[in-house]
Design a protein around this ligand. Sequence first.
Ligand code: HXC
Length: 258
Amino acid sequence: MAYQTLIVEIEDYVALIRLNRPEALNALNSALLAELGDALKAADANEKVRCIVITGSEKAFAAGADIKEMSDKSFVEMYTQSFFSAETETILATRKPIIAAVAGYALGGGCELAMMCDFIIAGDNAKFGQPEINLGVIAGMGGTQRLTRFVGKSKSMDMHLTGRFMDAAEAERSGLVSRVVPAAKLVQEAMAAAQKIAAKSQVSVMAAKEAVNVAYETTLAEGVRFERRTFYALFATEDQKEGMAAFLEKREPQFRDK
Ligand code: HXC
């Protein structure tokens, strides 16, 4: 499908979704988020996709929600439209893993979009921030909650109250990103990570994603119970038999998602 604000390519079972509004540093407007939701639903439903990478340009992953689109809205409009809430739910409902490959600015809604993905690989020029305080508002797509869980209260407060940016090294040090790579190699590295995931059994990949996400929603004891039940359930799959047999026979497993 042809999109106005995205470029989508599928290569070796990975859907690469590039945010593409260069004139606005990929600011997230309604059109872009609607297309992103569409692309994610299509990727989730496509048998030729086993992992998803979302990226921007070398200058900006996304510089936030589109300020031009928001600036004149009233409280009543924001509240009754539940601004960007359905779009957020669509991103979070994606069952296949999503890697955010972040170069340049990931600010406001851009940082929040990256944090909604399953993990973040950063280019060494990445800059993360929640600068909404400079606009007289606060984060609105989960930033106060998710950033706090990633980096802890002190750093999260600092970011939300001062609006300062965090560079890639600080983001890695504080657990916001899983790894930092040279910006020029970002997409290549993210695609390699995605292809590695795509080669696993999709059943266990989905189960792992679901189980890690439970850690954000429940107590430790309930989370561990969920994990254990899921772990046991995977013994009903052919891929578990294949994975363990391949290990014992010293060969590569041939997973069939069964
Ligand atoms: C609309 C934006 C934009 C944004 C940049 N642009 N960010 N347009 N919304 N969030 C546009 C600029 O207006 C400009 O357009 C073009 O992109 C290039 O930006 P410059 O500012 O000229 O570039 P530069 O000097 O390099 O500065 C880069 C920057 C700065 C530091 C990233 O653009 C910036 O501070 N942007 C805003 C960041 C921000 O406040 N984000 C939070 C948004 S609120 P023209 O037409 O002038 O060339 C948010 C809430 C989320 O995200 C919750 C929603 C529910």
